[in-house]
Every structure is written in C-alpha cells, then in structure tokens.
Design a protein around this ligand. Structure first.
Ligand SMILES: [Mn+2]
Length: 327
C-alpha cells in the first residue's frame, strides 16, 4: 500500500492553519510524528497547533522541550481551534483512540487528513494517507518532508528518530529494514543524537527501581530443565527499596531472556493484598488460557490475572498449572 504523496502535497499547499492530533496514551511515535510534522509545516510557513486527547506522559516530556503539545479541556479548548482549516491525524485511524479529540474532530468543518501505519481503520471523514507496512508513523513523516521538499533540521529529526526508534524497539524488531537504517542515518546527519535520545528514553530509572529489579531477579527460580522460570515481589520490597508499584514492569521479560526459557510467571503482591500474576510464553502454552483459569485475560504471549491469598496459597496452585501445561 503506497501513499499518493502528490495528493498530500496538494492538500498541504491548499491549507494554512493546521491542527495536528494523535492517539490517547500517546507514545513516542505519536508525539514524535506530531512534532516532526509541525516542524515541516512551519518550514512551509504554515500555522500549526498540536492538541491531543491525553497528556504527554512524564517519561516522554523530553521530546517536547517547549511544551507545545496541548491537551484538550486542559491546556487547549475547542474554541481555540475554530480557526483551523486542516486537521491532520497521525499514528491512528480509530475514533476510539482519539479520546476527547474525537468530538472536536467530528464537529469541525476543516479538511481532514490521516497519516498512519495501523491496519485498523474507522471512517474518520478524512482523506487517508496510509501505509500499513511502515514500521512507524514517524517514517511516513520523513517521507512527507521529502515530498514537500523540506530540509530536515535537528528540531524535526530528533523527534522523528525517537518515533521510529521506539516503534521498532530501538531498530531491532523484524519491522526494521535496511531502509529504516537509511532513514535513521539521514536523521542523524540532520542532527538527531541517538545517544542523547537513548539516554532520555531508557536511562532514567530511579535507584528504587534498579534495587527492586535486583530483589526480584535474585529470587528467580528455574524448573523443568529451565523451561519454567518464576519469581515474586512482596509489598515490603517496595518500602525497602523505595520503588513504586509500576517499577515491576518489564522485570518478567528479563526472566524470559534466560536461554531456554519457555514460560515465565511473576507474582506481584498488591498494596491491598493478594497477588497479581503476569505470564509470558515463548512456546505453545497460551498465556491467555492460563490467566482465564483465574478470571484474568490477555494474549497468547502475555497475560495477567489476580488471585487473593498469601504467596504460600497462590504460588503452588499456579506453578502446578504451569507445570501441567508445559509437560
Ligand atoms: Mn506508531
């Protein structure tokens, strides 16, 4: 599916006041694509506003150093956007993903355009510029810059490098092709600093988070010749290390990185008691089926559930089920 860039160029040329929007729970591809596109349109003399349905999360604030991305109902109102003659929706094509901006877009008479790489698609009343084979929306924004003959500056290249980096797991997923690396090289030449971006994205842990990770990893046990690994974290671990409940994210994936591991479980004690279970699978065992036994759910490769009780109550039951599934 290739994009008709000549039509895109025609539409950009025909409009002057742009509103850029992306999805709720904004990630780096959403925000980076908006900021990159804003820089491109401004290089062409356009007036650009960026407003989302949800605030930029604190860990991604670095990408928007001048805080130009606004939030509807908080730092921007629908009445501020009445003068826009074009709305460009980036990195989503679904009403549900637009949050409170969906209402603003529906009610607005501006020309609407979508620039996206997702398969799912609603009729947003827009002209669609979609390439579902693209590894990131940010890559489509680079193509837009080329089509519009806009030179990449550090302000444009930096958020776009971050956008493509995050959607490709720092250029390592199967979606990252040799072309992805060519685009990355161009963005670096234009002023993006991979080391600074990596540091901002992935080297901002708190001491508590690192200490908690150490506690959890020190408790990892392996069974069935290493196929099954599991660990746990208790309420007191959070107070002892100064970590937050959200600091347990990703630790389960570290356990799954042990060679030969096929199934991993982490038992996380909740502040109000009981345990949250997270399952990860790299084999035929379906995590969602495991989780459903305990009233939870998820996907084949990753799922979660909650069980009341102490570790001594919960752990043997779940491990027996995991052992049975793996044998
Ligand atoms: Mn994306």
């Amino acid at each position: 599916m290739s994009i008709d860039w000549s039509r895109f160029v025609e539409l950009v040329g025909a409009h002057q006041k742009f509103l850029l929007v992306s999805h709720i729970r904004p990630d780096c591809d959403a925000l980076g694509s908006e900021l990159g596109m804003a820089g491109i349109l401004e290089a062409l003399g356009k007036d650009v506003k960026i407003v989302n349905g949800m605030a930029t999360p604190p860990n991604l604030a670095f990408i928007d150093p001048t805080c130009r991305i606004k939030v509807i109902g908080e730092t921007a109102q629908a009445s501020d956007l009445a003068d826009r003659d074009a709305i460009m929706i980036l990195d989503t094509s679904a009403w549900q993903q637009l949050g409170a901006m969906a209402e603003v877009i529906r009610a607005h008479s501006a020309k609407k355009m979508v620039l996206d790489h997702h398969v799912s698609q609603d009729d947003l009343g827009a002209e669609n510029f979609k390439n579902t084979t693209a590894e990131a929306a940010g890559r489509l924004v680079v193509e837009a810059a080329d089509a519009l003959n806009v030179k990449l500056t550090p302000e444009i290249a930096t958020p776009l490098f971050a956008a493509i980096a995050t959607d490709t797991g720092w250029y390592r997923f199967g979606s990252a092709s040799s072309n992805t690396y060519r685009i990355a090289a161009r963005l670096i030449d234009a002023g993006a600093s991979p080391s600074k971006i990596f540091n901002s994205l992935y080297e901002q842990d708190t001491l508590g988070r690192v200490l908690l990770r150490g506690v959890i990893l020190s408790r990892v046990k392996a069974e069935l010749g290493g196929k099954l690994v599991y660990t746990h974290v208790l309420k007191e671990d959070f107070t002892n290390t100064g970590a937050l409940p959200s600091d347990t994210e990703d630790v389960i994936n570290m356990a799954l990185a042990i060679a030969g591991t096929q199934f991993a479980v982490i038992f996380v004690e909740q502040q109000t008691g009981g345990f949250k279970l997270s399952f990860r699978s790299r084999c035929a065992v379906d995590c969602s089926k495991m989780a459903e036994q305990y009233g939870g759910g998820g996907h084949k490769a990753a799922a979660g559930a909650f069980l009341p009780g102490t570790l001594a109550d919960v752990q043997p039951r779940v491990l027996d089920a995991a052992r049975a599934a793996l044998q």
